[in-house]
Structures are given as structure tokens and as C-alpha cells.
Ligand binder design. Structure first.
Ligand SMILES: Nc1ncnc2c1ncn2[C@@H]1O[C@H](COP(=O)(O)OP(=O)(O)OP(=O)(O)O)[C@@H](O)[C@H]1O
Ligand SMILES: O=C(O)[C@H](O)[C@@H](O)[C@H](O)[C@H](O)CO
Length: 193
């Protein structure tokens, strides 16, 4: 294996499960990381207390609020990559510019967007215990910029069961359109989508 241009360890993979609050990122990313035996992190745990306080009060974050948080996530990805570790990160990454910043961490990055109707998300948000109030869903949806054609990744239907979503995520990741296979896990090839 040869090194890449970023200084990160070669062929590390970073799967970033993205979407609005309540779309299922933490749930799906943790299950996927367990299944693929990759290191998991939840971007919620990287927010400075001021950001959490703001969201708890029902105030949407600004680009300025999010910048240091995104930088700390890119650093985490870079450090894991440099240690030869692949990762699964649950992170809203609502805008293209946020995702571009995360990709600066190096390695092979793929975004899995949990996408679906706001009504489903809202009903899930209302029944969980979390600092993020359901009232912020509207601003999350307004801020969201879906994956563009030149971004590495795919959208997944959040209305499916957890198992179905993780199955589809795994199929995409190891299939021909997904990430290059790591040396110890060859592509299955020819998987039905
Ligand atoms: N596929 C699913 N089917 C049914 N319920 C789900 C599914 N995925 C997640 N949930 C539930 O929906 C709620 C929201 O999920 P979760 O907290 O993982 O979302 P999130 O995107 O990480 O939210 P946030 O960004 O606000 O932390 C949780 O109660 C979770 O158990
Ligand atoms: O960019 C943002 O507005 C934030 O990251 C939110 O998306 C929350 O962190 C999360 O979704 C709530 O738990």
C-alpha cells in the first residue's frame, strides 16, 4: 500500500451518517459501526456546551457556531485515519460546505443521508429524551442541502426498519458504487441494490 496525498494513513474509510435532527443518525451509525467493526463517534458529543445550550433553548445554530465543531470532527477523523482506523460518524453535516470541511480530514469518506418525511421524524423526536427540541426540525430541514452528484455517498430511506437501513448501508458501502474495499474485506461485487 502506498500513502495518499493527505498525510492520513492509506485506505482508511470514514462513513458519515448525515441528516436532520431525529433522522436516526446516532441509532443507525452505531449499529453500522458495530456490524462493520469500525470505531464510532457521535458528533453531538463534540459540540461545545454553548452550542448544546443554544439548541436546548430552541435556537438554531449558525455557520459560525458550527465551524469549530466541524473542525474538531475533521481533526478526529484525521487522527483516527493517521492511526490506521476507519470510522463511522453520526453527524448532521447539513450543508455541502460542512461536508467538504469534513472531507479535509482525509481518507476515503462516504456520506449516508437518512432521508424521509418530516412527519415521521417529528413523531420520533416527540417520543425520545433528547436536548434537541422538535421545534428545531423546521430550521434543520430548511438548512439541509441534499447530497450533490459529485459527493461520495447515497441517500437511505429513514422510514425503513433499523435493520433494513443498516443492511442497505452495508450493501452500498461494500458494493461496486461504494467505498474501495479494505485489504481484509473484498468487495462482494454484483450485489442487488
Ligand atoms: N429506522 C427507525 N425506525 C424507527 N425508529 C427509529 C429509527 N431510527 C431511529 N429511530 C428512533 O428515532 C429517534 C431519533 O433517532 P436518533 O436519536 O438516532 O436520531 P439523530 O438523527 O441521531 O438525532 P439527533 O441529531 O437529534 O441526535 C430515536 O428515538 C430512535 O430510537
Ligand atoms: O448542525 C446542527 O444543527 C446540529 O448538529 C444538530 O443537527 C444537532 O447536533 C443534532 O442533530 C441534534 O442532536
Amino acid at each position: 500500500m502506498s500513502g495518499d496525498q493527505t498525510g492520513a494513513a492509506p485506505r482508511t474509510h470514514h462513513v458519515v451518517v448525515i441528516g436532520v435532527s431525529g433522522s436516526g443518525k446516532s441509532t443507525i451509525a452505531a449499529e453500522l459501526a458495530g456490524r462493520l467493526n469500525l470505531r464510532f463517534a457521535d458528533a453531538d458529543d463534540f459540540h461545545p456546551p454553548a452550542n448544546v445550550a443554544k439548541m436546548s433553548e430552541g435556537i438554531p445554530l449558525t455557520d459560525e457556531d458550527r465551524l469549530p465543531w466541524l473542525q474538531s470532527l475533521a481533526t478526529w477523523m484525521r487522527e483516527r485515519g493517521a492511526a490506521g482506523e476507519s470510522t463511522v460518524l453520526a453527524c448532521s453535516a447539513l450543508k455541502r460546505s460542512y461536508r467538504d470541511l469534513l472531507r479535509e480530514g482525509g481518507g476515503q469518506v462516504a456520506f449516508l443521508h437518512l432521508d424521509g418525511p418530516a412527519e415521521t421524524i417529528l413523531s420520533r423526536m416527540r417520543t425520545r429524551d433528547h436536548f434537541m427540541p422538535p421545534s428545531l426540525l423546521e430550521s434543520q430541514v430548511a438548512t439541509l442541502e441534499p447530497l450533490e452528484a459529485d459527493e461520495p455517498g447515497t441517500a437511505l430511506d429513514l422510514t425503513l426498519t433499523r435493520e433494513e437501513i443498516v443492511d442497505r448501508a452495508e450493501d452500498w458501502l461494500v458494493g461496486p458504487g461504494g467505498l474501495p474495499a479494505p485489504p481484509d474485506r473484498p468487495h462482494r461485487g454484483g450485489d442487488p441494490r
